[in-house]
Design a protein around this ligand. Structure first.
Ligand code: NAD
Length: 535
């Protein structure tokens, strides 16, 4: 067992679920213990035998049923997401439902193109044909966080499923309540096409359940979560040499140059910091504003942030921002903001825990006078905090932007395209958006992932799909006759023949190649003469 798993989790058999916006009890969900995890993996392997043989048409049909179900039950699903996470109806429908529908449509349209067997040139093996077959791996484990209860689960499982794998998703303990409803979508879609519901299983539990899954018989692990738990998963997976994709935290910079459109930069920064109350891996965690724009920018964001309505999202259109999903996260946010204030930062908006008895709330907050050495400028907040820093020139902006251990996403605002492109090229990040924030995820053709401590491997796009396959190399005969590879016993001319052949194939000058060809002919004639003498 993972020594790093919190001991408080070990004896828990149930997850008590609450609505983070109201504190209301939702009910209990059973924890999947280590023995049950092993059973789930066994069942998944059995189901994968058939699923792995399915045609792309059948896989598309299953995805189509999932899509139909989502579209036919959108309001009900959104209500479940809102209740479980405390987020707004608008964030649930755009950030969760739309993103999953977009992913399904992309996979239905593109998966076969990227996964069908590919012929490749045969290189120097002229008598052979080469091809790559994208074979399923077996069972893929996805361990996911709480910030997007629906999209983290479906966004993770769809690509490995489409690639022919069975999938087990370990959902976050903070949003376990809605998983039963989500499992029903998958069960029905698979069964409608005659496949076993064991092909995709969502399991619940704390870190211990995730740790048991990591050490079970799975062939790949997608982990979306924090850096410390990412390290634990890598050390667990190393025992069995199971490959991982790591989608970890971020501290994304959003750079506002003095030639940017103020309105565009302000609205994007507000979105980048306060959408889903900042509980986004690609939140704009650091806003860097050039001196010439600084005063106008700060005034505009201050007014907008102060006007955001926060509260219980009972129905659509009621509040702009909801609650923090995980009560543990409130402590992280509060600690980092308090530390910044103690070290000279100024809270223009928010900055204090509300005196509230029900629900997990932290108000939209704007901090100025933040310096790059403060903890809040280096550590992930994962909450509704806009921290603003000034810069003089592009060089300084790039230095500050690259000055953390993270490298997930980044944004640059400027009307000068070459300037924005130049800054983007210098940023150490998995993605750069010019004149926008965190939108790369919506283009499913783009790979999604990070560098440095933000992780490795990619979700989305061709690479994110092929990541769940064994790119198997196959070499077959080009001609009907066989060319026997006679290597032994080694003959007296073999070495010289190999040397001339290598020159013939690879020499850069024609003269050398022609010389090598004559050398080969000479060697053959000599060999033939010798054979004649011995006769
Ligand atoms: P977390 O690391 O606490 O938990 C993530 C998942 O890992 C949960 O399901 C949890 O139960 C499980 N887990 C915990 N300990 C484990 C262990 N020892 N072995 C196996 N599994 C274990 O993260 P969180 O608090 O749920 O989510 C917030 C973090 O996720 C932030 O850092 C955020 O940036 C990151 N995140 C990253 C992306 C991305 O795509 N890069 C997306 C969303 C969130």
């Amino acid at each position: 067992m993972d020594a790093a798993v919190k001991p408080t989790n070990l004896s828990q058999q149930w997850i008590d679920c609450q609505n983070p916006a109201t504190g209301a009890e939702l009910g209990r969900v059973p924890v999947c213990g280590p023995a049950e995890v092993q059973l789930a993996v066994q069942r998944a392997h059995a189901a994968q035998q058939r699923w792995g043989q399915s045609s792309f048409r059948q896989r598309r049909a299953v995805l189509g049923h999932i899509l139909d179900h989502i579209l036919d039950h959108t309001d009900e699903l959104v209500a479940a997401i809102v209740e479980d996470s405390g987020k707004t109806w608008e964030n649930a429908i755009l950030g969760e439902i739309m993103t999953v529908c977009n992913k399904i449509r992309w996979l239905m349209k593109n998966a076969e193109k990227h996964l069908r067997t590919e012929a490749v040139p045969s290189g120097i093996l002229l008598h052979k044909r080469g091809r790559i077959e994208y074979r399923p791996l077996g069972v893929v484990a996805c361990i996911v966080p709480w910030n997007y209860p629906f999209q983290n689960i479906f966004g993770s499982l769809l690509a490995p499923l489409m690639a022919g794998n069975a999938v087990i998703v370990k959902a976050s303990e903070a949003v376990a309540w809605s998983t039963t409803r989500f499992q029903r979508i998958l069960d029905q879609a698979l069964q409608q096409e005659g496949f076993s519901a064991d092909t995709v299983q969502i399991i619940n539990g704390y870190g211990e359940t995730g740790a048991a899954l990591v050490r079970s018989n799975v062939q790949k692990i997608l982990f979306i979560g924090s850096v410390p738990n990412g390290r634990r998963i890598i050390s667990g997976s190393a025992e069995q040499l199971v490959p991982t994709v790591m989608e970890l935290g971020g501290k994304d910079p959003l750079i506002v140059c003095d030639d940017a459109s103020l309105e565009q930069a302000v609205h994007s920064a507000i979105g980048g910091c306060f959408i889903n109350l900042g509980q986004n891996c690609v939140s704009s965690e650091r806003i860097l504003v050039q001196e010439g724009m600084y005063r106008d920018f700060v005034t505009a964001v201050q007014d907008l942030a102060a006007s955001l309505r926060q509260g219980v999202p009972e129905k659509p259109g009621q509040v702009d921002v909801g609650a923090i999903t995980s009560p543990l996260q409130i402590r992280v946010i509060d600690e980092l903001v308090s530390d910044a204030l103690a070290h000279g930062a100024t809270a223009l908006v928010g900055g204090q825990l509300p005196e509230q008895t029900h629900g997990n709330y932290y108000p939209p907050t704007i901090l100025t006078d933040v310096t790059p050495d403060m903890r809040i400028a280096r550590e992930e907040v994962f909450g509704p905090v806009m921290l603003i820093m000034r810069f003089k020139d592009d060089e300084e902006a790039i230095r500050i932007a690259n000055g953390t251990a993270f490298g997930l996403h980044s944004s640059i605002f400027s009307r000068n395209r070459p300037r924005a492109e130049k800054i983007a090229a210098a940023l150490q990040a998995g993605a750069s958006c010019i004149n926008d924030f965190g939108m790369c995820y919506l283009n499913q053709d783009l790979p999604f992932g990070g560098v440095k401590q933000s992780g490795f491997g990619r979700m989305n796009g061709r690479d994110g799909l092929r990541a769940y396959t064994n790119a198997k190399a196959v070499l077959s005969d080009r001609f009907w006759f066989q060319i026997p590879p006679k290597l032994y016993p080694v003959g007296p001319q073999d070495y010289a023949r190999a040397r001339s052949s290598i020159r013939l194939l690879f020499a850069r000058r024609w003269r050398d190649r022609v010389g090598a060809l004559f050398g080969l002919i000479r060697l053959s004639l000599r060999g033939a003469a010798k054979t004649g003498e011995t006769r």
